[in-house]
Design a protein around this ligand. Structure first.
Ligand code: GYE
Length: 311
């Protein structure tokens, strides 16, 4: 204990790696699976985890990171709720000599030396995959042959990397599809409650004109499914639905015929994160970017895939 008081210079006094992790919140099934994965992997690797839940607020994440700096943790990892506004606190971490690892979401900062590694999905590609699936889906093709395909979009958290990129990737594919129109687009903050609320508003404004719902995550799609049913329409039939994450709840909705496709985004980042943390502490070089490998699950594959799903 006495030795510890002299700070990190005396490495022999503490042999366990201490990781400070600032999580976005608990807004979705994806997020709770991600938190579990990180906690399990830390325990398995014998890494002391200081975990902080920001309840989807950047100011809480900044506070958590400052407190990790004050506690002189070995490594700070975080999943930034939004992309911008991180320079000051990341500069503080750098000045304190604490390496920062980004997980799941990235930041937009000019000085790239403010973080050492970014582990997570390619969100633009996920958006492209959702649009490609949609354009090729037989019932939608039929609609397009006859007239316009009217899409409503439920966006993720405003300013977050997955909301920005999933929109971008989706639009990139639809740019070449003159029949496909995004008629409404609004944030549902990645939650079921908001997804339902915003879908209710879409239905009020556009009614039966809506052919397709594109939701940036499964939770918002699941909330929207409720709104669609309450409006007396059949989700998955009257309105084709594609969303992202491929959590268990999405598989259940697909098996029930209410969701048409979910593009995978894996939250199981814990083991890879711990291995990066160990390498950083050991002074080994780490990859700047590690992209998660993912698939696409159309409704027809859901029953067969369901037993294999880990989140
Ligand atoms: O898709 C959504 C969650 O950042 C990839 O955040 C993550 C997203 C995920 O709330 O469900």
């Amino acid at each position: 204990l006495l030795l510890l008081a002299f700070g990190p210079g005396l490495a022999l006094a503490k042999d366990k790696i201490v990781l400070g992790f600032s999580q976005v919140g608990a807004e979705s099934e994806w997020r709770t699976a991600n938190t579990q994965s990180i906690k399990d992997a830390a325990a398995k690797e014998g890494i002391t985890l200081k975990f902080s839940d920001a309840q989807q607020k950047q100011e809480n994440q900044i506070k958590a990171i400052r407190s990790f700096i004050a506690q002189r943790v070995d490594v700070i990892a975080f999943s930034p709720v939004v992309e911008t506004g991180w320079e000051p606190v990341l500069r503080e971490a750098k000045r304190a000599g604490i390496p920062v690892v980004l997980t799941d979401r990235s930041v937009s900062v000019k000085d790239e030396s403010l973080w050492v590694s970014f582990l997570g999905s390619d969100f633009v590609e996920e958006g492209r995959r959702a649009a490609k699936w949609l354009v090729d889906y037989a019932p939608v093709k039929e609609l397009a042959a006859k007239g316009e395909v009217n899409i409503v979009e439920l966006q993720g958290t405003v300013g977050s990397a997955p909301a920005i990129d999933r929109k971008k990737g989706f639009e990139e594919i639809l740019k070449n599809q003159p029949k496909f129109k995004i008629i409404r687009s609004q944030t549902g903050d990645f939650t079921r409650a908001k997804g339902k609320e915003v879908m209710e508003a879409f239905l009020k404004a556009e009614g039966k004109k809506i052919n397709v719902l594109y939701a940036h995550n499964d939770d918002m799609a699941i909330g929207a499914i409720q709104a669609i049913e309450e409006a007396g329409l059949k989700p998955g039939k009257d309105i084709v639905i594609v969303s992202i994450d491929a959590v268990k709840g999405a598989f259940e909705a697909m098996i029930a015929g209410k969701l048409n496709c979910s593009v995978e985004c894996s939250p199981l980042l814990g083991p890879q994160l711990m291995s990066i943390v160990k390498d950083v502490v050991a002074g080994k070089p780490v990859p700047r970017r590690i992209v998660t490998e993912e698939g696409v699950f159309p409704q027809e594959t859901a029953a067969k895939e369901f037993p294999n799903r880990k989140y």
